[in-house]
Ligand binder design. Structure first.
Ligand code: ADP
Ligand code: ADP
Length: 225
């Protein structure tokens, strides 16, 4: 079953920068995909496009068979988790606990149920000691962990992560890799860090500096590039 499809997708920023060029791919339920390539090849933009947060300029994105729009935004939000590259861009609640409760509250999940979920996930991820802290006081690695827990709160069918292990220490990195290894739903990760790829992925979409897809396949393609 295809859960995300991209058909000849291109995206250009308002200043004219072409960030994604004629990208096509079909992503099936349960696949663990890494979008791999050098800085600037369009990985972050692809995460925004494939998760439905940004509309392509040309081409089509379908998630669970539908093109993202205002009418299915809530359904998509319920079933998709996204972890952005820079957690500072979206950690805005007074405490970490409130941060974790934000999306569930938007989706009308009962408060007590959401608090229970937040505490369980926080414990599993080893961030329970942070629940009452303001997010802006956390270290970079802690912010990253909090943003991952936020995305995991409702056990999304598809989890998107943009550079999940960039700028974190070794211990945090191992924790994040372990959490990603344990998930058995669809995973779409943008990274330029080769060493985590065999640990978390079973399929690689390799993108070049010219923004073209260089290869799309199993881990063996790493040996040829
Ligand atoms: P990656 O995540 O692979 O580093 P990005 O998707 O961030 O790549 O960027 C792809 C291209 O789009 C780059 O050339 C980058 O400079 C450009 N770009 C990214 N964000 C913007 C923006 N907001 N406005 C203009 N250009 C941008
Ligand atoms: P890391 O190695 O993960 O980047 P830091 O050196 O930034 O860690 O932070 C170490 C500890 O200090 C963390 O537990 C963090 O919560 C705490 N901390 C960092 N900045 C502040 C701050 N401004 N106020 C209170 N605690 C802070």
């Amino acid at each position: 079953e295809v859960v995300v499809s991209a058909e000849n997708v291109s995206y250009e920023y308002p200043d004219g920068t072409l960030a994604v060029k004629d990208f096509s791919a079909e992503i099936r339920d349960g696949e663990r995909i890494v979008l791999l390539g050098p800085n600037g090849c369009g990985k972050s933009t692809l995460i925004m496009l494939l998760s439905g947060l940004v509309k392509p300029k040309t081409g089509k994105i379908r998630i669970f068979g539908v093109e993202p729009n205002r009418n299915n935004a809530e359904f998509l939000r319920r079933n998709i988790g996204v972890v952005f590259q820079n957690p500072d861009d979206f950690l805005f609640n007074p405490t970490v606990l409130e941060e974790l409760l934000y999306t569930p509250s938007q989706l009308n999940i009962p408060y007590d149920e959401a608090v229970e979920l937040a505490r369980t996930h926080a414990r599993k991820f080893g961030i329970d000691y942070l629940l009452e802290k303001p997010p802006f006081r956390l270290s970079g690695g802690e912010k990253k962990k909090v943003s991952i827990v936020c995305a995991l709160m409702l056990d999304p069918k598809i989890l998107f992560l943009d550079e999940p292990t960039a700028n974190v220490d070794g211990k945090t990195r191992r924790k994040i890799v372990e959490i990603l290894q344990k998930r058995n739903s669809t995973l779409i990760v943008a990274t330029h860090e080769l060493d985590i790829v065999p640990k978390i992925a079973d399929r690689i979409i390799l993108i070049g500096m010219d923004k073209k897809v260089k290869a799309d396949g199993s881990l063996e393609i790493l040996e040829d590039h």
